[in-house]
Design a protein around this ligand. Structure first.
Ligand code: SAH
Length: 540
């Protein structure tokens, strides 16, 4: 007699495009298809089977038994599940019923589990990239699982910062579970945590809602919804929910914490928590855990592991409370005019930077400091108490001045300081250096800065739009001579405001000037050299 076979087919979210070829083949080979009515209707256009058995939702066990009986009679049978057949689907149940009957693979009917795209993936794709990092699925259905167990899982997942996909979040009668779940999650995550609600993904009545942990219950959630909750790094961008690949973040002064850009990752100093760092807190934390592990028996360990999900963090002896440290990046200099760093200041810097930070000497007359920390404010405070100037780096206004011949040409210092105070650190489409020189020697080369200012005979000369880098570098264009002191800062402010408003992202001042041909009342003149050049290897 022909030996029968059971396919347990996950057909994906429910549209033709997202079902696998193997699933379609299985359905087409089958003499009989068995499934929940709604699902059978979804795949019906794809099948040619002679018998289709559609049953109610609660008749899962009889569906499995029926399938086995038909396969034993020599038929090829497909039992269908939406999404993946192994995720809250029919695969486990079919095996359970077979095991009860003493089935073993070698002698019994053939079984093939055909995987499909599960709701966490299909719904995730409609939201952007919310899953991305370590994640888990939790079904809120307490029909077959005791609620206290579900509660513990939510708590554990929330505590461990998993991205969480809640399946079976709510039905006509089960309405409290999602409310309780939200309560638990709010103990560990910010109310602003991004949440996606996807109903009927890739089906006719698809509906996608972006909301937050605090507000998610104000929207419609039902049997066909999957709720995806972000981790502590997940963010909204352009109507999407994105979870970054890692936890690496940085502070720059004057801005909120932000994820490292992809090209800034994979550097050791960006991973202050990594186990392979030889020194520091991460290693200490690791050693602490290992020591504790050696002190307890396996049984105690197991009990403590269980208690991890029941006790709060503070009570839990295993929980190493380590705030996630971000990289704090900033520039430091002894001042706008002052070029001397004292030994005391060096001492303060060395202490703050410690073993885990770095201090980089740069061509911009400042040091760039990078320190893993969760307390940037206290660092700034200490440095400022030592009379060091702390400035943001990145796409901001940076003011550098000459040394004013060590004070001999000091009369214009207050102007330089006022410019730094008023405009320094202002966020712009691209970095902008203002160079200030106290005499016509212009020895700190302000003429090669985005904006150059030269103090001469109690008045100011102004230059704009140098191309300071690259092989086609050129000086800035002289645009005004003999500006009165009271004209300077208002004019500078207007130029920078105009650039800030109108430049494209990443468009440096010289490029902007070249494109628009006029800044304030100043017309553009081409200052670039005209030689033919091969493209530079680094793109400049
Ligand atoms: N085996 C399925 C899960 C079945 S449990 C899978 O892997 O996806 C049923 C739950 O799955 C629903 O309550 C809902 O939370 C989720 N689900 C299944 N299909 C979905 C879809 N197309 N859109 C949104 N959620 C879906």
């Amino acid at each position: 007699m022909k030996k029968g076979k059971i396919f347990v087919v996950g057909f994906g979210p429910g549209d033709r495009e997202h079902i696998t070829k193997r699933a379609v083949d299985a359905l087409q080979q089958s003499d009989c298809i068995i499934g929940y009515k709604t699902y059978v209707d979804l795949i019906e256009p794809l099948v040619t089977a002679k018998t289709i058995v559609s049953t109610g939702m609660t008749e899962e066990v009889s569906r499995a038994q029926d399938a086995i009986k038909k396969a034993e009679a020599g038929n090829i049978v497909s039992v269908i599940s939406s999404g993946d057949s192994g995720v809250y689907g029919m695969a486990g149940l079919v095996y359970e019923v077979l095991i009860e009957m003493g089935w073993i693979e070698k002698e019994g009917i053939e079984v093939e589990i055909v995987p499909g795209i599960s709701a966490i993936n299909s719904c995730g794709s409609l939201l952007g990239a919310p899953v991305m990092h370590d994640s888990c699925t939790i079904s809120l259905s307490d029909h077959l699982t005791p609620w206290p167990v579900i509660e513990k899982r939510i708590e554990a997942a929330a505590m461990a910062d998993f991205v969480i996909a809640l399946y079976n979040p709510k039905s006509g009668r089960r309405t409290r579970q999602i409310v309780e779940a939200q309560k638990i999650l709010l103990k560990y995550r910010s109310p602003e945590t991004p949440v996606g609600l996807v109903k009927s993904a890739y089906r006719e009545k698809q509906n996608v809602v972006l909301t937050t942990l605090a507000e998610m219950l104000e929207h419609d959630i039902g049997m066909l919804t999957t709720v995806i909750i972000g981790n502590s790094s997940t963010f909204f961008y352009d109507n999407k929910i994105i979870t970054p690949r890692g936890y690496q973040r940085k502070y720059t002064l004057g801005e909120e914490t932000q994820s490292l850009k992809p090209h800034q990752r994979l550097k050791k100093e960006a991973e202050p928590w990594a186990l392979d760092q030889e020194t520091g807190k991460a290693q200490a934390g690791y050693e602490q855990i290992m020591k504790k592990k050696q002190e307890v028996s396996p049984l105690e360990m197991a009990l403590q592991a269980v208690s991890m999900v029941t006790k709060t963090e503070m009570e839990n002896p295993f929980f190493v409370q380590q705030p996630i440290e971000d990289i704090f990046e900033f520039a430091v200099s002894p001042g706008v005019a002052n070029k001397f760093i004292t030994p005391e200041q060096m001492g303060v810097l060395a202490k703050i930077i410690g073993k885990k930070g770095t201090m980089e000497y740069t061509p911009n007359h400042y040091f760039i400091i990078k320190i893993p920390t969760d307390q940037p404010e206290s660092i700034i405070e200490k440095l400022e108490q030592s009379h060091l100037t702390v400035m943001p780096i990145g796409d901001v206004v940076n003011v550098k001045a000459c040394d004013f011949c060590y004070g001999e040409k000091a009369e214009s210092i207050p102007y330089a300081e006022e410019i730094a105070k008023k405009l320094g650190g202002l966020k712009l489409p691209k970095k902008l250096h203002i160079g200030f020189n106290g005499c016509g020697m212009a020895c700190y080369r302000p003429v090669f800065d985005d904006i150059g200012i030269v103090y001469r005979k109690k008045k100011f000369d102004l230059f704009i739009g140098a191309k300071p880098v690259g092989r086609t570098a050129h000086a800035a264009q002289p645009v005004a001579e003999g500006l009165e002191p009271d004209q300077l800062i208002p004019l500078l402010t207007k130029i920078i405001e105009e650039y800030k408003q109108n430049a494209h992202p990443n468009e440096r001042l010289f490029k902007y000037f070249k494109r628009v041909k006029k800044i304030q009342n100043f017309n553009y003149h081409d200052m670039s050299c005209k030689i033919e050049l091969e493209p530079a290897p680094c793109g400049d």
